[in-house]
Design a protein. Structure first.
Length: 268
């Protein structure tokens, strides 16, 4: 099966989910509801991230952001609706009387909920929001380790959940699921590092969003801490570790490996 990720990593999470299910020898159709739910959650997070109270961005995927078009209230409600429907979909589909499949569905719900919530994506966004306002008492700018920890939640958690959900619905054993999860964690960090690089090097026409905003806001980024070349080397090292983990799981030649290589070679 050929997979295609578009500008800015659009569809990365559902593709990771489906590719993971396929890599472990599972049925992609069993993973499709999880893949769709993950894209709902990712889209909700982008809508909310763009709000004036968060990143205050006016362009996403080459178009005006939702709050610009429909107003802040409707943007908040749209995000809320996407998040709620994501878990409704995970609970409903795939419809089955098979207790094994039902148990896999419950496990995926737990994994995705943890990744999307306070210990994952929401928690990471809270750290990012606090750190972007260092003038507040008791709030310091992020150092290298704090930056990594923040992005492991904000970006990496849902990417890991996507790959893990696919492996779970694909029927992988726990050892393989753990290695897929760890590999996806490396992919998530590499993706964020390259995102930071492209924020410096990219143009709005190719990125589909406003470049240079992190630097303008004084945010800690990988290029700011390590330089462009150093950041790219870090991303390459992440993918090398991920590929080694996939090889240990016996799926080193799977589409997951190709997705990892795309992450560090992308230009948008």
């Amino acid at each position: 099966m050929r997979y295609s990720v578009t500008a800015g990593g659009k569809r990365l999470r559902p593709i990771l989910c489906l590719a993971s299910a396929e890599a472990v020898g599972g049925n992609r159709a069993q993973a499709m509801p999880a893949a769709c739910a993950l894209e709902f959650i990712h889209t909700y997070s982008l809508i909310h991230d763009d709000l004036p109270a968060m990143d205050n961005d006016t362009m996403r995927r080459g178009r005006a952001t939702l709050h610009v078009v429909a107003g802040e209230g409707m943007a908040i409600l749209a995000g809320d609706g996407l998040l709620t429907e994501a878990f409704g979909l995970l609970a409903r589909e795939p419809e089955t009387t098979d207790q094994v499949i039902a148990a896999r569905k419950l496990r995926v719900i737990r994994v995705v909920a943890a990744a999307a919530g306070a210990a994952g994506m929401v928690g990471g966004q809270a750290v990012d929001l606090a750190a972007s306002r260092p003038a507040q008492p008791g709030v310091a700018a992020l150092d290298a380790e704090s930056l990594r920890a923040m992005h492991a939640k904000k970006t990496g958690a849902l990417i890991r959940a996507a790959a893990s959900a696919g492996a779970i619905m694909g029927g992988a054993d726990d050892t393989v699921i753990r290695r897929v999860d760890a590999a996806a964690g490396e992919f998530g960090l590499a993706f964020q590092i390259i995102d930071d690089v492209l924020d410096v090097e990219g143009a709005a026409s190719t990125l589909g969003k406003t470049p240079g905003k992190d630097a303008a806001a004084g945010k800690a980024t990988y290029p700011a801490l390590y330089g462009i070349d150093g950041a790219r080397r870090m991303a390459d090292a992440c993918v090398d570790r991920a590929l080694a983990l996939l090889a240990e799981a016996g799926i080193g030649d799977s589409p997951l490996a190709r997705i990892g290589r795309w992450i560090v070679s992308r230009s948008h």
